[in-house]
Design a protein around this ligand. Structure first.
Ligand code: KIV
Length: 255
């Protein structure tokens, strides 16, 4: 049975009522499978740089990569809301942020996501003023991993970090972001942001259970990238191994 298209307003209305499940999708078949399973939000994350394209981190992902994968996901015509990451270097100014957000919308995204808080507020305002729904991303910012010495560090551990996160979240909420990913934020701070922001849903990843929703990189959830699994994920199945076994079995039974 087909579902009605999910809207960003409906996702926001889940606040305090219903947990929001978000999974990444990078291609047509996975978008269809996740949509058929009832996932309300699909994110074409720039994590595709690692789990699809084989780069060491997300800083190698370009607008051309993003557009290609957003188009593939959009071709599945999911009822799920489709989000797309603005990739590294694509939102340095409000003008470039808006141009690239429009390109992602034209490719089929329903909303865009970018990493950062107060420092990217003019870019966020430009995107929202053009009527494009926006999702923030605070905490560990993968596009800044090289500045962090290549380490994915937990955020909000000290009071200065906690204050900064609260300020950034409040700024994004006031600008009109309907959602914000909280990545590797200490669970008490993630919970505090969730309680403080009444007009923005928080979507946690590695930030504990106190967020309004959770997001996972789908290959992590289904064992599709078996060479690395984040500590906070327990795969629900092992598709990578299932593929190896199916292929070995076929090779061993060639006529
Ligand atoms: O790129 C991505 O997939 C993401 C999620 C992990 C939130 O940003």
């Amino acid at each position: 049975m087909s579902r009605d298209k999910v809207t960003s307003e409906q996702v926001l209305a889940c606040k305090g009522r219903q947990r929001v499940g978000v999974l990444t999708a990078y291609d047509y078949p996975m978008a269809r499978l996740l949509d058929e399973a009832g996932v309300p939000v699909l994110l074409v994350g720039d994590s595709l740089g690692m789990v699809v394209l084989g780069f060491p981190d997300t800083t190698h992902v370009t607008m051309a990569h993003m557009v290609h994968h957003v188009q593939a996901v959009a071709r599945a015509r999911p009822a799920a809301l489709i989000g797309a990451d603005l990739p590294f270097g694509s939102y340095v100014t409000p003008e470039t942020a808006l141009t690239h957000a429009r390109d992602l919308r034209a490719a089929g995204a329903d909303f865009v996501k970018a990493e950062g808080g107060v420092e990217i507020l003019p870019q966020v305002q430009a995107i929202l003023s053009a009527g494009i729904p926006f999702c923030g991303h605070l905490g560990m910012l993968p596009q800044h991993v090289l500045e962090e010495g290549g380490k994915y560090r937990i955020k909000g551990r000290d009071d200065a970090g906690r204050q900064r996160l609260l300020q950034d979240a409040a700024a994004l909420e006031s600008a009109g972001a309907f959602a914000c990913v909280l990545e590797l934020v200490t669970p008490p701070v993630a919970q505090e942001i969730t309680a403080a922001c009444r007009r923005m849903v928080t979507i946690g990843i590695g930030s504990g259970s106190g967020c309004d929703g959770q997001v996972l990189v789908t290959p992590d959830l289904v064992g599709g990238f078996p060479w690395f699994t984040p500590r906070f994920v327990t795969p629900r199945t092992q598709t990578g191994e299932a593929i190896r076994e199916a292929v070995r079995s076929w090779l061993g039974s060639l006529p």
